[in-house]
Design a protein around this ligand. Sequence first.
Ligand code: HEM
Ligand code: HEM
Length: 157
Amino acid sequence: MRYPIAMRVIHWFTAIMFIPMLAGGYFWLRAMPSSDPQKLDALMYHMAIGVFLVTLTLIRLVVRLRVAHPENTGLALWVHRALYLGVFLMPMSGFTMVFSAKLNEIVFARSGAALPADMSTITGHYWHGATALTLTLLILLHIAGAFKDRVTIKRMI
Ligand code: HEM
Ligand code: HEM
């Protein structure tokens, strides 16, 4: 049995977007000083795409509840649950940063106020980075599991 088409489309779209989000967060956003004129745009794209991906995952979960789909057991079941949880913890820690440093006003409303000089001191930053790292490891485990046999990968294509 294959996953329903809506789940497959959303899964692959999320998979393609998630990897640049992680790499972009680590190697681009983190390395960019708050004084960089491109920082506001970079944060705006990062935050908007992040919210979009989480919304898509929510839609995928709703479809999952309503339509017949393959069932998982054992390690795969727990890795999938952890992936769903991780995907929801990312915006929660993200929004903690947004509200504690008023990033919505600075980034989206372009209030003109300066970004915190050291972004890593914002409440939630540590948890956002720690969740991203845990998700990276889980995704690697997930990819290894997905290619374990052809039956597994065929369910999602
Ligand atoms: C798909 C979900 C997301 C992923 C994979 C992701 C990934 C990352 C990563 C890897 C970092 C760098 C962490 C570090 O410095 O250790 C980061 C930074 C950040 N993310 Fe996200 N993120 C996501 C969603 C969001 C959302 C929804 C928001 C806000 C609404 C957000 C706001 C931020 C902010 C403010 C930073 C700090 C940037 C800086 O240090 O200059 N992220 N993100
Ligand atoms: C190249 C990367 C990826 C590959 C090859 C891949 C492959 C697969 C496959 C084959 C399945 C079906 C597993 C089964 O039925 O036993 C699956 C399910 C799943 N994948 Fe991925 N995946 C990738 C990336 C991601 C990413 C980045 C995420 C989220 C951050 C993710 C989240 C999930 C979840 C939550 C399920 C379970 C679906 C459900 O039962 O509701 N995957 N993936």
